[in-house]
Write a protein that binds this ligand. Structure first.
Ligand SMILES: C[S@@+](CC[C@H](N)C(=O)[O-])C[C@H]1O[C@@H](n2cnc3c(N)ncnc32)[C@H](O)[C@@H]1O
Length: 216
């Protein structure tokens, strides 16, 4: 596995504890190795505006980990995953998940593939495509998640056929999501909106969970 900055181990462990997550050392090592890869590839591939590894621990690892209690899987699709956020983090934390990472950008998907290989992950499938052109696999996904991808309305419209029957959309949003909730199409409703405190970051992460409902 790839080398990483050992000074990041303590903040990661503290942050995971603050989130109430028990994560063994092997998984913590993988998470830090992911930060190492993001930092290394960011110079050439411009994967994320977050440049500092320490900041990546909070804004990428812990922010993604914060949604784990709401992820039930097992088939999880991350739409517009970019360098694999939150999907790679969730796949490392919960090996029982079967995670598909989807992005239209070739460089981002090349990074996803490299990370999957270097981290030895067997539960992640990167796919390069636009979500609207993605052929839904038989049965669909139990949950479809996105972070920093699109408005709620566009996220749901672009991925309308992808959740399985009884499946959910999980949208990782900022604090101002009320206006977007008002724009949801009929037939889809928010069933929960969680305020998640992310260690070492200002403001709160909101996780909106959406399901299909009988059209009004
Ligand atoms: C702002 S980035 C967010 C990346 C990642 N989720 C994160 O939080 O760091 C949005 C990503 O969505 C991808 N994207 C935009 N439109 C897309 C589409 N129609 N289908 C698939 N991916 C798309 C872009 O290539 C980009 O990597």
């Amino acid at each position: 596995m790839t080398a990483h900055d050992t000074t990041l181990a303590a903040p990661l462990e503290r942050g995971l504890t603050e989130l109430g997550l028990e994560v063994d050392e092997a998984r913590r090592e993988r998470l830090l190795a992911l930060v190492g890869l993001l930092h290394k590839w960011n110079r050439a591939y411009n994967l994320t505006a977050v440049r500092e590894p320490r900041e990546m621990v909070a804004r990428h690892l812990l922010d993604s980990a914060a949604v784990l209690p709401h992820v039930r899987g097992p088939r999880l699709l991350d739409v517009g995953a970019g360098p694999g956020l939150p999907g790679l983090v969730l796949a490392i934390l919960a090996p029982e998940l079967d995670v598909t990472l989807l992005d239209s950008n070739g460089k981002k998907v090349r990074f996803q593939r490299q990370a999957v290989m270097e981290l030895g992950l067997t539960n992640v499938t990167p796919v390069q495509t636009r979500v609207e052109a993605f052929a839904v696999p038989e049965g669909g996904f139990d949950q479809v998640i996105s972070r920093a991808f699109a408005s709620l309305e566009d996220f749901v419209a672009l991925s309308a056929s992808l959740p399985a029957r009884g499946g959910q959309w999980l949208a990782m949003k900022g604090p101002a999501v009320e206006d977007e909730l008002a724009g949801l199409p009929s037939g889809v409703a928010a069933v929960a909106c969680h305020d998640l405190a992310v260690p070492f970051t200002e403001g709160s992460r909101r996780l909106v969970i959406l399901e299909r409902v009988p059209a009004a």
